[in-house]
Write a protein that binds this ligand. Structure first.
Ligand code: SF4
Ligand code: SF4
Length: 436
């Protein structure tokens, strides 16, 4: 047996005779005696129980070259097993906030999906929902999706009836600024299939109000806290937040505030903070709408990201787990539909010329070359221990940096700097939870 290509071995201070092994493919962890690890490296035979366990955890394989070949089919396998259709819908490009880092630029305005386009969206989804599909999930966003609440209900009413007639499920989520998410709205939308809402709080009141004020300039923090308190027992609330190099240190104060206000770990589904993405002026790519899928690839951020994750975990909140990279571009049956009916593969590319993959009337066309699918299918990446966490990184980040997606957005430096800490955090806080 050989060590898997997709394996990291870290020292484990609490037990110097052992190594902490982490499989980036299976996300499994184990403490293994150094002696056993070196025996595998030297092709020595293992006990049958060790061999069975390490194989099950994806840490050893019969042939590491074969494993690399199998990795080429990773997304094909995931796509073949997918039983759901996932569509992101930009309902409008309007907003009642004036966030300082919002780069909707010239694209922002009174641009709303029309009733006619909503009908075309429903037809498009019906035509792309084969009989074997079991679920339909829509992510509504904008702008501010709740400025189009009538359309949310209209679209959901049709699609809920359609999926239920097929014996499948319907649900939707919102990426909202939270200001219009009142108790009445939450109660109303639950009946239409609302599954969860992501609301951003950029630190405590002072910091948040500076970066996410209402258009009038008034602070929005108190309104959001009031709404979250009123709705957290009705809908799943995920709290996001966008930090900069200058204000990240304030974010733990927000966590303290949430706790003292009764927005405790049982009331808030997840908490995750992300860096504000630097974008070329005038480009449209709202940071809130990325659903957390855009990756961090600036090495200086790794320490801050791990620090904030620790602050979240030590207060007992759930946060994003380490998991394989699931980019929408590589995932089949995932599309982004703009308010005007144009289809894309990634929310970051909305409005970017050349990245359209069709429209609601003519349908989606082949997007393999436009989005450079399988960019990671090269010797360097298939032999890289981080492949399952990266798969060539994020095309959107690469585009922001270089204006093209011709090559990978390599995550090696970031993962070298941060993965060990993240894996050890998961062990520390899982162990703590288990002890409770
Ligand atoms: S390219 Fe990046 S932002 Fe776009 S779907 Fe993939 S991971 Fe997300
Ligand atoms: S892009 Fe870089 S980190 Fe990602 S799989 Fe390829 S070599 Fe590894």
């Amino acid at each position: 047996m050989q060590l898997s290509n997709y394996l990291k071995a870290y020292p484990y201070e609490e037990s110097p005779d052992h190594l902490l092994l982490f499989s980036t493919l299976k996300m499994s962890k184990i403490l293994l005696k150094k002696k056993t690890y070196h025996a595998i490296e030297n092709n020595e035979a293992l006990s049958s129980s060790d061999e069975a366990l390490l194989s099950k955890l994806g840490m050893i394989v019969h042939d590491s070259d074969e494993e690399k070949l199998a990795a080429l089919g990773f997304f094909d396998e995931i796509n073949a097993k997918k039983t759901g259709l996932n569509i992101m819908v930009v309902l409008n490009l309007d907003c009642n906030f004036a966030c300082t880092y919002c780069y909707e630029g010239g694209m922002k305005g009174k641009l709303y999906m029309s009733d006619e386009t909503a009908d075309q969206l429903v037809d498009f989804i019906k035509n792309n929902f084969p009989l074997h599909k079991k679920s339909l999930l829509i992510d509504f966003y904008g702008g501010e999706p709740l400025l189009s609440i009538g359309l949310i209900k209209y679209i959901s009413r049709s699609l809920k009836a359609f999926t239920e007639s097929r014996g499948a499920s319907y649900g939707f989520t919102l990426v909202s600024n939270g200001s219009l998410f009142t108790k009445k709205t939450a109660e109303e939308l639950i009946a239409f299939g609302l599954q969860g809402v992501k609301i951003c709080l950029d630190g405590p009141a002072e910091t948040h109000n500076q970066s996410r004020p209402f258009k009038s300039g008034a602070g929005s923090f108190d309104t959001l806290i009031k709404n979250i308190k009123e709705t957290c027992d009705i809908a799943k609330i995920g709290i996001g937040g966008n930090y900069t190099r200058n204000n990240y240190e304030k974010f733990p104060l927000l966590l303290n505030y949430l706790t003292t206000e009764g927005l405790t770990t049982d009331k808030i589904a997840t908490v995750k903070f992300d860096p504000v993405t630097k974008q070329p002026e005038g480009e449209f790519a709202p940071p809130d709408s990325m659903g957390g899928c855009a990756s961090i690839n600036e090495p200086w951020l790794s320490g801050i990201a791990a620090y904030l994750r620790e602050e979240i975990l030590k207060r007992g909140y759930n946060t994003q787990k380490l998991m394989p990279m699931t980019c929408m571009v590589e995932s089949a049956d995932s599309y982004v539909v703009n308010f005007n009916g144009v289809i894309y593969k990634c929310p970051g590319f909305i409005g970017k010329k050349g990245y359209e993959v069709g429209d609601l009337l003519t349908g989606a066309r082949d997007y393999v070359s436009v989005y450079n699918l399988g960019i990671w299918k090269n010797e360097n990446c298939t032999g890289c221990e981080y492949l399952p966490l990266c798969f060539g990184g994020c095309r959107y980040m690469k585009f922001l940096r270089d204006g093209n997606i011709d090559t990978v957005d390599c995550q090696k430096a970031y993962l070298d700097a941060s993965l060990e800490t993240l894996v050890k955090q998961d062990i520390k806080y899982k162990l703590k939870k288990d002890k409770r």
